[in-house]
Unconditional design. Structure first.
Length: 111
């Protein structure tokens, strides 16, 4: 399994109505220090309807300014459509909507 495939499997574990951070996804994929790699992988997501990249946000809850599939407003719309609440127009209420952890993806530890 490639690094990107491992990241995509981790993202698929984020339930609807919840968000995870880039760091959480990187940690589930095997290396928390690769949060920027997660961002790049999501930017080139080959299956936006299957891999819910809109559920990944910055550690402070801010949505991506470079959301590749319709821009920042589209990411907010998708999250709100799943019931995710916001503190303001661009920051998710992390206290209530962040998953506490994502399970490790056993099929591929990245370094």
């Amino acid at each position: 399994m490639t690094v990107f495939e491992t990241i995509y499997e981790a993202v698929k574990m984020i339930p609807a109505g919840s968000v995870a951070t880039y760091g959480q996804v990187a940690e589930a994929a095997g290396n928390r220090r690769l949060a920027r790699v997660v961002g790049y992988a999501l930017h080139v997501n080959p299956e936006p309807g299957v891999i819910p990249c809109h559920r990944v946000v910055k550690k402070d809850g801010e949505v991506s300014r470079a959301f590749a599939f319709g821009g920042i407003n589209r990411q907010v719309e998708l999250l709100q459509g799943e019931g995710v609440g916001f503190r303001d127009g661009t920051h998710v209420d992390m206290e209530h909507f962040q998953v506490p952890f994502l399970p490790w993806v056993p099929s591929g530890r990245i370094k």
